[in-house]
Design a protein around this ligand. Structure first.
Ligand code: ADP
Ligand code: MG
Length: 246
């Protein structure tokens, strides 16, 4: 059985001659949590832009279950290949409840407003409960999003990604700005998503990386500097050198 979901081969993009991502090779295994670390400007977010179709590569391939998705439209990558992304920082509808925010994501953002026939069927209700439980917001479901803490808003956004039934979930610094307790809780939440989902997580907080990572890839100046378990990467001399320079 093929355990690789995403097989990135010699992927590159340059912006007016600047190599933001340069010949990157990376294999993401099904059901695992693959963490990407690296100093600011290493190319982490750009690599995610390439996977989600926001940026077109200059060269290379992105094989998703063997099919090359490099250069496809973001909407196709999201809906056909079911790759969902949570961006850095919360991005929710402030003046709607937690429930309504997730419901909009679940029903496809527009259909809820367009379709007069929309009903909260038992199936929708069960899906909603499942998502709210996964992000530990069930007891907050009737609160307005604007009233949530920073951490809860981030979890709401993770819930909005999960509601869209992605196979692959990309989280860009999900624990940014959180307290230690919230960060730990986010880690447990992320681990709870693995298995059913595959995850790529960009992160800076090394305790958090240690908590969640099945595999770590270190990017530096657009290239893969090291790859392995958290321990292997932590003890890698090149990695130590790059982080001490920073
Ligand atoms: P990271 O997420 O690892 O901090 P980024 O992927 O955001 O790094 O950026 C990598 C490098 O590519 C940076 O030097 C950034 O300025 C540059 N870059 C990213 N996107 C663009 C773009 N659209 N045009 C020009 N330069 C870009
Ligand atoms: Mg970034």
């Amino acid at each position: 059985m093929n355990t690789v979901l995403l097989d990135i081969q010699d992927l590159s993009v340059s912006f007016s001659g600047f190599h933001a991502v340069s010949k990157v090779n990376l294999q993401v295994e099904k059901g695992k949590i693959h963490v990407i670390i690296g100093p600011n400007g290493a190319g982490k977010s750009t690599l995610m832009d390439l996977i989600t179709g926001k940026t077109k590569p200059t060269a290379g391939r992105i094989l998703y279950e063997g099919e090359n998705i490099a250069g496809k439209e973001p909407s196709v990558i999201a809906s056909k290949y079911r790759i969902g992304r949570k961006f850095q920082g919360p991005n929710v509808f402030d003046n709607m409840t937690v429930y309504e925010n997730i419901e909009i994501a679940l029903t496809g953002y527009t259909s809820i407003w367009k379709a007069f026939s929309y009903r909260r069927t038992d199936k929708v209700k069960a899906q909603m409960k499942n998502v709210l439980d996964l992000v530990q917001l069930y007891d907050q479901k009737d609160r307005m999003a604007v009233e949530l803490s920073h951490g809860q808003r981030q979890w709401l956004e993770i819930g909005m990604v999960i509601a869209q039934s992605p196979n692959l979930i990309i989280l860009d610094e999900p624990a940014a700005g959180m307290t230690d307790t919230e960060t730990y809780k986010t880690g447990e939440m992320v681990k709870g998503l693995a298995g059913e989902h595959t995850l790529i997580v960009i992160e800076h907080d090394m305790d958090f990386v240690e908590q969640i990572a099945d595999k770590v890839t270190v990017l530096h100046q657009g290239r893969v500097l090291a790859e392995g378990s958290f321990q292997e990467v932590k003890e890698n001399r090149e990695v130590i050198r790059v982080y001490l320079q920073d």
